[in-house]
Design a protein around this ligand. Structure first.
Ligand code: HH2
Length: 299
């Protein structure tokens, strides 16, 4: 096999039928599923402070939907490295709940996720109309989050990371001998935590956590290694949007200008078996991924 040939496993993963069960609905992941990022935080690394009041968040939601988002991921706590104790649950709830309720009212059937590691925030988000919890700790930080998802029949995104919210986006825990195998083992442990909490397997999506406890080459390796992660049997999400490793590969220092590199990473991820993509710039991703998908599924 030459370097440019796609291995059989990657090919099979690209073409496997996939679906995702969220709050009584079965979503067919039969084309790239684009999640638009709606950060209602003052401090997110690339868009902090831009959408953290209700009017601006609603306007951003409309733009993301118009650009072709299948889902909105609403986040009230940044994973940007910090020294403090993080955002208290009550503050995080107050940030995300009104936005989720307003987006739900405007878009009755849009998939909405809440980006949180806290069960209390997830529960309030589900009551306001969210369908999915996106847990960047893979059920490591709040053991009650799994049970909250199970009780609501919600979808659950289990992302790989190490450490706390304060340091998971640093290199403090980026100590790997074989990053793909270690991420696979740690995601398998996350799946076991979800099982134990009563979350249905069909409701789970896995994410290798690009940029989380990973240096640039580690993030590249886990995206290249998606076929191994596909053997865990769940659909894969990749969130490379505007991240530092994209800047390192392109030389683009301003996060908002890393669109082309982000699209490149996500198209490569699609070819390696990812089906869901968490992005800031929906339109370029919608177009690129739809075109790439039309070609990939033909082969
Ligand atoms: N990345 C970020 C936040 N949440 N969730 C998943 N599932 N996958 C990711 O890769 C991921 C995520 C970090 O990006 P962003 O939301 O733009 O920044 P911040 O954490 O500073 O708000």
């Amino acid at each position: 096999m030459t370097r440019t040939e796609v291995p059989a496993a990657a090919h099979a993963a690209t073409h496997a039928t996939a679906s995702w069960r969220v709050r009584g609905r079965t979503l067919a992941l039969d084309r790239p599923f684009v999640a638009g990022i709606l950060n209602v935080t003052p401090d997110s690394f690339s868009d902090g402070g831009r959408y953290n009041d209700l009017d601006r968040a609603r306007g951003r939601a409309d733009a993301l939907v118009t650009e072709g988002a299948d889902m909105l991921d609403v986040g009230g706590e940044s994973t940007r490295p910090h020294n403090g104790g993080g955002v208290p649950a009550a503050e995080e709830r107050a940030r995300v709940v009104p936005v989720i309720a307003a987006v739900r009212a405007a878009y009755p059937s849009l998939v909405i996720s809440v980006d949180t590691v806290k069960a209390e925030v997830a529960r309030a988000a589900f009551e306001a109309g969210a369908d999915v919890a996106n847990d960047v700790s893979g059920l490591r930080l709040d053991p009650a989050l799994g049970a909250s998802c199970a009780a609501a029949g919600a979808g659950l995104i289990l992302m790989h990371s190490r450490g706390t919210v304060a340091d998971m986006a640093t290199y403090a825990h980026a100590t790997y001998r074989d990053v793909v195998e270690e991420v696979a083992a740690e995601l398998e442990a996350a799946l076991a935590r979800a099982d134990a909490a009563g979350v249905a397997r069909e409701s789970v999506v896995l994410d290798p956590g690009a940029g989380f406890a990973k240096r640039g080459p580690d993030s590249v390796a886990v995206i290249a290694g998606l076929p191994r992660l596909a053997t865990l049997g769940r659909p894969l999400l990749v969130g490379a949007s505007r991240k530092r490793f994209i800047g390192e590969l392109t030389g683009v220092s301003e996060p908002a200008e890393r669109v082309h590199g982000s699209v490149g990473a996500h198209v490569a991820a699609l070819a390696r078996g990812a089906r869901l993509f968490r992005v800031h710039d929906v339109r370029p991703h919608r177009e690129a991924l739809d075109v790439a998908w039309a070609i990939l599924r033909e082969s």
